[in-house]
Design a protein around this ligand. Structure first.
Ligand code: DC
Length: 230
């Protein structure tokens, strides 16, 4: 038996903010800004699925190969997500599409669930809370999150944002291709059997289609504050 002094305070439960929504809705930018505002840790869970997809492709396996994807998920190294070249490869359109294929596999989702929950409940650097963004944070990963947002925007607006971002590295890309990719991903993310993208019943909806980043952040913060400090 360990002698824990009775005076030692119990660890305070981490405050979790869940931010879900479709690709290029603005959820990443908003989640990052919320984390900075509250001095919370931030986890882009999409990057985990992207890293699994890269792991499969780098091993020379087919993206549809479920056992290869599970292997990549089990060997996922969260520290690599920030490494320069790897981080840049995570962000390409091809990796995003491949990520939506492995994200539809239930055993892949199961393999990275614990790491996401660990990050949320025990945020790194002793932070008092964590902001996680993804598709199923409010519904599956952190159903007890203190505040939940579901960020969306019209598909054409999201495609335009992604097009502007991706065109910097690929001048041959067309808007129509990006829009078709976004729609294909929306369909796969929303219609898969396991943890489909969906607004949690207790999540606040925010449509960023006609908002500037500043307006969207003010609206997101107001919704989170209404939950955290009513
Ligand atoms: O947010 P993103 O574009 O980086 O996500 C990449 C893919 O991963 C996307 O198709 C959906 C999937 N994803 C998921 O299924 N669940 C999450 N929590 C995060 C992302």
């Amino acid at each position: 038996m360990t002698d824990t002094p009775l005076t030692e305070p119990l660890p305070r439960a981490a405050c979790i903010i869940a931010v879900d929504g479709p690709a290029a809705s603005g959820k990443g930018t908003l989640a990052r800004r919320l984390a900075a505002h509250y001095d919370f840790a931030y986890l882009d869970t999409g990057a985990l699925y992207r890293a699994v997809a890269l792991g499969v492709m780098d091993a020379g396996d087919q993206i549809e190969d479920e056992s290869a994807a599970v292997r990549a998920a089990e060997n996922l190294n969260m520290a690599r997500l920030e490494e320069g070249d790897f981080a840049a490869r995570l962000r390409t359109a091809d990796t995003g599409l491949a990520a939506s294929v492995v994200a539809a596999m239930a055993p892949v989702r199961a393999a990275i669930l614990a790491a996401q929950r660990q990050f949320a409940t025990m945020p790194p650097d002793n932070k008092a809370g964590a902001v996680l963004d993804g598709r199923d944070i409010g519904t599956v990963v952190c159903p007890d999150a203190a505040a939940k947002l579901f960020i969306t925007a019209r598909a054409e607006i999201r495609a335009q944002r992604r097009f502007t971002e991706l065109r910097e590295n690929d001048g041959s890309l067309s808007f129509e291709t990006v829009l078709a990719d976004i729609q294909a991903r929306d369909g796969r993310d929303a219609n898969r059997a396991t943890a489909p993208m969906k607004q949690a019943d207790d999540a606040a909806l925010l449509d960023t289609s006609d908002l500037s980043i500043e307006e969207a952040f003010a609206a997101a913060l107001a919704r989170v504050e209404a939950k955290l400090n009513p």
